[in-house]
Design a protein around this ligand. Sequence first.
Ligand code: 13P
Ligand code: SF4
Length: 304
Amino acid sequence: MVDYGPMQAELRELALKKDAIIIAHNYQRPEVQDAADFVGDSLELSRMAAGTDAKIILFCGVHFMAETAHILSPDKKVLIAEIKAGCPMADMISAADVARLRDEHPGALVVAYVNTSAAVKAETDICCTSANAAKVVSKIPEDREIIFIPDRNLGLYVEKMTGRRLIMWEGYCPTHEYITAEDVLGSKKEHPAALVVGHPECLPEVQNIADAIESTSGMLRYCKASDAKEFIIATEMGLNYRLKKENPDKEFYSPTKKAICPNMKMTTLSKAIKTLREDRYEIRLPEDIRARALAAVEAMVSYI
Ligand code: 13P
Ligand code: SF4
């Protein structure tokens, strides 16, 4: 087994010397999570980025997350540990697509999942994350049409939770769509006592057989609070590391080995060290885009 201790210590020392905070998403590699100051879901990471006093934010996650950190903390230097780590779902919609949707549905409010580029956020009215999407939509006046982008699975979940009709974009997360209902039912056959906990990016047929649908950190809270001892986790496999670490007496199963986000796994300790040492891969946006994207992110905060 690889001993990551020396590299983790090197990264921590560097962070201390440079007044940097290391924040990592729940899907990051275990050794990266263990070296971070804070690990969380998209909403928690945004809050962390907005509240930190550190000079540098070293972001271990995907591009849109680091952009959100910059949108919220423009005076900090935001570095992304691996510049090539994008989100295929975020790439499924462009700012021009949003403008076209607006033309087709004048008067509709545009709600954007945070898994979008800053340029797309700048064209939208309100952001949401997997942790608050239903809450955000439920606060919108009944007579307003709503365009929901880009994740149709999250959109369908929100429709179910709120009873609202959404005009939807056909985006999806390839990693979550690898998880099939047959995978989950097969896993359930092997572990009949296990509860099924899924992410709202899962296909509707997977959501329908889940005992709970939560954001990644919501899944952590749910499993911790539950009396059950076994769980089938329908999301990216990286979450299982933290689940097991925080609940050593419980068992967590992935319904399929395919549920891996290659982009989340691009970040390694050695890349994070190199990025911080060289101050490379800084995320900066044109100020007009940042300011307009900020308005959508702030609208989210005011809605919940
Ligand atoms: P969470 O906000 O639930 O962590 O989800 C982010 C994500 O990209 C899921 O695929
Ligand atoms: Fe994007 Fe899916 Fe990876 Fe999340 S798991 S970052 S939605 S590709």
